[in-house]
Design a protein around this ligand. Structure first.
Ligand code: DX5
Ligand code: ZN
Length: 214
């Protein structure tokens, strides 16, 4: 069954503790946490200290989406947050395999993220080293963007490429209720939702999103 992963980047930063509590009351298993450095992407968001603090205040599994340049400099700090799932952008480093090895050695689930302009075929030689592939369905950095329809084809091709392997497909960016259904049909297992969940009625939106998962 596919799962909705709320993205904490879309929540109200002024009431983060209440937002975490709400998500736990809704039985959220996995929380998506964006880490942005202002260089790899224009925006700046949650660093390792903030992620550690959130992790201590929560029982959810943390899925940290690293959007930063030179991830090899920061990977130890990210591992030390306690996050159970950590993903690295293919485009962010020539040392993607090295980072994946570090994540796996620390006993965490390792993911590789690909931007909309990156073909899934670049992952061919990494398939034995990863637990999940995160397909960006917007260009990373800014919330509130429109889902890129071409991603549906990429999800299907990725599903074919991974064949029988135990690799999950995650999607992130511009997902609302209608798109959640479409990406699920295309083969996504983990579906990140930010803005469309934390709108003016998060409870109703979250429940509607969960109700279409199968
Ligand atoms: C954007 C982040 C996303 C973001 C998605 O760069 O990686 O996780 O929170 O937000 P929505 O769902 O609003 O596009
Ligand atoms: Zn993200």
């Amino acid at each position: 069954m596919a799962q909705i992963l709320p993205s904490i980047f879309g929540a109200n930063i002024l009431s983060l503790q209440d937002e975490l509590r709400f998500l736990e009351e809704e039985n959220t298993e996995i929380l998506h946490v964006d880490l942005m450095d202002g260089t790899f992407v224009n925006n700046i968001a949650f660093g390792p200290n903030q992620i550690s603090a959130m992790k201590k205040a929560s029982k959810m599994t943390f899925d940290v989406h690293m959007m930063l340049a030179n991830p090899e400099r920061h990977i130890d700090d990210v591992i030390n947050t306690g996050a159970e799932m950590i993903s690295v952008h293919y485009e962010s480093t020539p040392h993607v395999h090295f980072i994946l090895q570090k994540i796996k050695k620390a006993g965490r689930k390792a993911g590789v993220v690909i931007n909309p302009g990156t073909p899934e075929s670049v992952l061919e030689y990494l398939l034995d080293d990863i637990d999940y592939i995160l397909i960006m369905t917007i260009n990373p950095g800014q919330p509130g963007q429109t889902f890129i329809e071409k991603s549906l084809e990429k999800i299907k091709k990725t599903r074919e490429m991974i064949a029988g392997r135990h690799i999950q497909i995650e999607v992130d960016g511009g997902v609302n209720l209608e798109i959640a259904k479409k990406v699920q049909e295309a083969g996504a297992d983990l579906i990140v939702v930010g803005g469309a969940l934390f709108n003016d009625n998060p409870k109703a939106s979250y429940q509607a999103l969960k109700s279409v998962m199968h």
